[in-house]
Design a protein around this ligand. Structure first.
Ligand code: ADP
Ligand code: ASP
Ligand code: MG
Length: 481
């Protein structure tokens, strides 16, 4: 069986037209003799709306929360109305109503209690993927794709770290054998929601924002798929976020290691944990555009080909905080760093970057709500200051290993920007530094202009950029005439 996991993000299922495109793409894979397993996100912006509804309810705004839910109910009903016919439609709309009635009950409960726990937040937010996956499965069946809906919570077993639950690999393989494999043997396309899971006791959890990519990779790993496809709204992994820099180029091939660094340090196109299950089983991952299915996208494989360009990509991660711990009292004492990291460990808070001197340690974190408690604990050890609205710029590329003069070029390109912390080392394939959040766009554009002036056509899609430039020139000429 030529099994391929196809994950479609929020924009690829955002409305009836997008779901139509998705159905065509999946039917195309079936026609090629492949056996797809489809993983879908919630329709675009639904997760944000559900979180907003839960937040409003818990602040006592029952009417506001129910209004948000009512809007989502209409959107799902309307999309179903545009996609389904005959008997399927009334049955499906009754099911949608029952789902939203259940959600509204939870929202009313939240408004009465006035408290939102991470566990209830996961329950509320899980509705997005529960709805989209049933809708997509029904739309596939209507279009003669033999599809079967699978509740992802039966397959993705996690711990109970609500909001960012950790998957339990051994259970997942066994659950996939029970809930997914029989459909494949009968020639059906299993369709499930990404992002959601459940504990062994059956309580709903989520894998963290953007987690549907992770689900796709987990399912691919569990089923030993021949490929994992991440379908999104851009042509693949680009040299930087095209929303910041319209000149960004598609990267044709990238290594697992490079992609993992990029995702971890802010490139939203891939959830940071996606690569791990793929690396474990050496399954190639492909990032593709559901609005431009003909494009080759980006292949992520174990060994990337050599390139003339030092960097493959520039990622930016915003909303970070720098914590400065200044320790005159503890000067020269050993065990000091351990004591600091114990505090972060106690609060289950991940640290992105660290830089140390004899008397001070600077760390960056992306969690705001835990900061006051962390600072209180740290102040028992030293003087503590923290400052938000910072961003991390991360330049990634296997070819910076052992190259002289790269750092000078990087900091020359951002000479007008105030750089707060610098890090290079560890993986040897990234160079990162912290700046003010407001400087991100300027820094990324300057770096992109400096390092992607003359990109290697073996690695980057230079033809597409040149074609786009030619069209722009023609348009400008026409406007001038
Ligand atoms: P999906 O809903 O399909 O998971 P996301 O919004 O999570 O899609 O990720 C796709 C978006 O990631 C793109 O629209 C793009 O703006 C952003 N992005 C950030 N960095 C990059 C990059 N290096 N390459 C491609 N896209 C990027
Ligand atoms: N729907 C979830 C989110 O918006 C998961 C995902 O789309 O990957 O974060
Ligand atoms: Mg995403």
């Amino acid at each position: 069986m030529r099994l391929v996991v196809m994950k479609f993000g929020g924009t690829s299922v955002e409305d009836a037209a997008a779901i139509e495109r998705t159905a065509k793409i999946v039917a195309g894979r079936v026609a090629l003799g492949k056996s797809p397993v489809v993983v879908v996100s919630a329709m675009a912006k639904v997760t944000d709306a559900l979180l907003a509804a839960a937040g409003a309810a818990s602040r006592g705004d029952r009417i506001g929360a129910l209004a948000l839910s009512a809007r989502l109910r209409c959107r799902h009903r309307d999309t179903a109305g545009a996609l389904l016919r005959g008997d399927q439609l009334p049955k499906f709309q009754t099911w949608i109503d029952a789902e939203f009635d259940g959600l509204d009950e939870v929202l009313r409960g939240l408004a009465a209690i006035g408290e939102l726990t991470p566990r209830i937040s996961d329950l509320v937010v899980s509705h997005g993927e529960r709805l989209s996956s049933r809708l997509v499965a029904a739309a596939f069946i209507e279009r003669d794709i033999a599809a079967a809906h699978v509740d992802a919570r039966d397959c993705i077993v996690t711990d109970d770290h609500y909001g960012k639950a950790i998957p339990q690999d051994d259970f997942i393989e066994e659950r996939c054998r029970i809930h997914v494999v029989p459909h494949l043997h009968q020639g059906r396309v299993p369709v499930m929601g990404g992002f959601i899971g459940s504990t062994v006791k059956g309580i709903t959890t989520t894998l963290g924002r953007g987690g549907s990519d992770f689900t796709g990779a987990l399912i691919g790993g569990a089923l030993d798929a021949e490929a994992i496809e991440i379908w999104t709204d851009v042509n693949g992994i680009m040299t930087t976020d095209p929303r910041i820099c319209p000149d960004a180029l598609r990267v044709k091939t990238i290594s697992f290691e490079e992609a993992a660094e990029l995702a971890y340090f802010g490139a939203k196109v891939l959830h940071p944990a996606t690569i791990l299950p793929a690396v474990k089983k050496n399954i190639p991952v492909q990032v593709l555009n559901s609005r431009n299915a003909e494009n080759e996208g980006t292949r992520i494989i174990s060994l990337a080909p050599h390139s003339n360009s030092p960097f493959k990509c520039i990622a930016a991660k915003r909303k970070l905080t720098i914590i400065d711990v200044v320790a005159s009292r503890m000067l020269m004492s050993h065990g000091y760093l351990k004591a600091i990291f114990d505090v972060f460990d106690k609060h289950k808070c991940a640290v992105d970057m660290v830089s140390t001197s004899e008397v001070s340690v600077s760390l960056t974190v992306d969690s705001n709500e835990k900061l006051p408690a962390i600072a209180a604990d740290l102040s028992a050890l030293a003087d503590v200051k923290y400052e938000g609205r910072k961003a991390l710029i991360c330049m990634v590329g296997e070819n910076i290993r052992g190259q002289n003069g790269i750092a000078a070029q990087v900091f020359q390109a951002v000479r007008h920007v105030n750089v707060r912390m610098i890090s290079q080392g560890a993986s040897e394939i990234n160079m990162s530094f912290m700046i003010e959040e407001d400087d991100v766009d300027e820094a990324v554009r300057s770096l992109h202009a400096a390092f992607f002036k003359d990109p290697d056509p073996e690695i980057f899609d230079v033809e597409a950029r040149d074609a786009a430039r030619a069209i722009m020139t023609q348009l400008e000429e026409r406007v001038e005439l």
